[in-house]
Design a binder for this molecule. Structure first.
Ligand SMILES: NC(=O)C1=CN([C@@H]2O[C@H](COP(=O)(O)OP(=O)(O)OC[C@H]3O[C@@H](n4cnc5c(N)ncnc54)[C@H](O)[C@@H]3O)[C@@H](O)[C@H]2O)[C@@H](O)CC1
Ligand SMILES: Nc1ncnc2c1ncn2[C@@H]1O[C@H](COP(=O)(O)OP(=O)(O)O)[C@@H](O)[C@H]1O
Length: 512
């Protein structure tokens, strides 16, 4: 058993793939072995998390997830009885013993043999709860007694250890089953022990809040050889160091086009473009040019906080020779003015990051959409970085639908437009056609503040500016995901060093 994430990317499997893996593993072992191992693993982690618990509630459901709980309860009961600890175990069961699947029925018999009776009601007080109500078999919003037990688990300030997948969560998507989402702040420590495979829903959408700290036990089975449905991404390689004899022309140029001027319609978004530019600069771009859009009446000539940025009239930056050697970041604070530069960029920029208003304009314009799709045929590199609302506009759907299946949404966006798609939010998903998407393992709620998306666009721009031409899809995806990971890691470092204090995007941009 180990804590997740580890030092390298982790394969993630949907419920359908997990069932095939479970089927093959079970066929190669004596009957009930997997569930016996699962129960032991749950009991061991429970003891490690709350060694001095006086009262443990094991909440079991009607299927094999409940079977894991019944098995864990037998193990815990045996452990405490032989050591005379006095710890009380209360087991509840929402289901019908006669209708339990085979493995769980065996676990039920073992519980009966252990002498531990099943209780009608959860205990009034407990210091550890084991959530074994529903796992990957959950298919709808819980109701009745099971829903009541789930509600108690959601609201308790005691430690909760979820078996395989939190019962309130769809393990494939990370969407909560419950109406109204999860409590804003989980009231107590939360842990999830994922069994046999890691599931993508633990790491995106509502997954991180519901699962808490994730642990993984393979149950003694060799890692699956099947292609995973997704990967939990952490970078494996350190950023390469620069050779001594280098110069700024070799580090890559970034051009930022965005930051609509206040003259246009009374709303300035200049800061967004400057944040992207600063982030690119601090991430190591050799030169960063910024073209502020609609900046005609009172041109801004320099950024006092970042005098290294080179501000230019946008027209001068649309020069194909300059574009050919640069990565363009387009859209940050671009407003409506971005429409004027998009056709030229889609045609001539070999490396392009499309953010915010660039995405909104493309969502509205079939002609721009066609131009975007043609880029892949020319091997031009395009990364789009939508947040869920921008993604919904691009797909003609709603944020609820996007959040209902973030992996699918990122995949559809990347396949529809032939781009790398970075669907932002808790557990940012980076996808490219035909490869398993990557769920970012870093990041925290400190990022939920204006401008951090602009910073991310700048970081991705600098990363793309620095890589050689004609990279394969996998390296490109990894390059983008590494920038996403770095962005999240900086936020985590802020939260660690400044607990409770809000982070601002300007600070993040300066971390590079
Ligand atoms: N069979 C085995 O040896 C192993 C099983 N494992 C466990 O088995 C789980 C999967 O078991 P199952 O396929 O039985 O699925 P679950 O136990 O997750 O749930 C299926 C049961 O819950 C019911 N159900 C689904 N949604 C419900 C809802 N909203 N309200 C009320 N009832 C609902 C279904 O009708 C079915 O009876 C895994 O998540 C894992 O915990 C793992 O431990 C690996 C080994
Ligand atoms: N709760 C969160 N956990 C992790 N990352 C988050 C969270 N909230 C926001 N982020 C990240 O912060 C950034 C916000 O981007 P975006 O919504 O485009 O903001 P803006 O347009 O103001 O720059 C994205 O990278 C997103 O993934």
């Amino acid at each position: 058993m180990r804590r997740v994430p580890g030092p390298s990317p982790e394969p993630l499997f949907l419920a359908s793939a997990t069932r095939l893996i479970e089927h093959d593993a079970a066929a190669a072992l004596p009957a009930h072995t997997l569930m016996a191992r699962a129960g032991t693993a749950v009991a061991e982690l429970a003891l490690a998390l709350a060694p001095h618990a006086r009262h443990v509630w094991v909440a079991c459901g009607p299927g094999n997830n409940g079977g894991d709980g019944l098995m864990a309860a037998s193990r815990l009961h045996q452990w405490h009885r032989t050591r005379h600890t006095g710890t009380q175990i209360t087991v509840t069961f929402c289901g019908e013993p006669d209708r339990l699947p085979d493995d769980a029925a065996n676990a039920w018999q073992q519980l009966q043999a252990s002498g531990l009776a099943v209780s009608e009601h959860p205990p009034e007080e407990f210091d550890l709860a084991i959530d074994a109500l529903l796992g990957i078999g959950a298919r709808r919003r819980p109701e009745g007694r099971l829903a009541e037990h789930l509600q108690q688990l959601r609201q308790t300030s005691a430690t909760v250890l979820c078996v395989d997948v939190p019962s309130q969560l769809d393990g494939d998507t990370g969407a909560a089953w419950s109406n109204g989402g999860l409590p804003r702040t989980p009231p107590g420590p939360r842990h999830t022990l994922s069994l046999l495979t890691l599931k993508p829903g633990l790491f995106t959408a509502d997954g991180r809040d519901a699962a808490g700290t994730v642990w993984f036990d393979e149950l003694g089975i060799q890692p699956p050889t099947a292609t995973p449905d997704a990967r939990l991404f952490v970078p494996e390689h350190a950023t390469p160091t620069r050779p001594h004899a280098t110069h700024k022309g070799r580090q890559g140029d970034v051009i930022v086009l965005g930051g609509q001027h206040i003259d246009l319609n009374g709303a300035s978004m200049v800061g967004a473009a400057l944040l992207a530019g600063r982030a690119a600069l601090h991430a190591g771009a050799g030169r960063v040019f910024v073209g502020l859009l609609a900046d005609t009446q009172h041109p801004i000539a320099w950024d006092p906080a970042s005098p290294e940025l080179m501000l230019r009239q946008p027209d001068t930056l649309l020069n194909p020779t300059l574009l050919a050697h640069a990565c363009v970041v387009c859209g940050c604070g671009g407003g409506e003015a971005v429409e004027a530069v998009l056709p030229g960029l889609l045609e001539h920029a070999p490396r392009l990051v499309l953010d915010a208003d660039a995405l909104n304009r493309i969502a509205e314009s079939p002609a721009l959409g066609r131009q975007l799709k043609q880029r892949r045929q020319r091997d031009a590199v395009t990364v789009m970085t939508p947040h869920p609302l921008e993604a919904a506009r691009l797909l003609g759907s709603s944020t609820t639908q996007i959040m209902g299946n973030r992996l699918q949404a990122a995949r559809t966006l990347s396949e529809t437009w032939g781009t790398v798609c970075v669907l932002k939010g808790s557990g940012t998903v980076s996808a490219t056609p035909r490869l398993p998407p990557l769920i970012n393992a870093s990041g925290d709620p400190a990022l939920a503040t204006a401008g951090t998306g602009d910073v991310l666009a700048g970081l991705i721009g600098a990363a793309l500016a620095a890589i050689p031409d004609n990279l394969d899809d996998e390296t490109l995806l990894t390059t983008v995901a590494t920038a996403v990971h770095r962005h999240g890691l900086h936020a985590e470092q802020w939260s660690q060093n400044h607990p409770g204090r809000p982070m601002v995007a300007g600070w993040l941009a300066a971390q590079g």
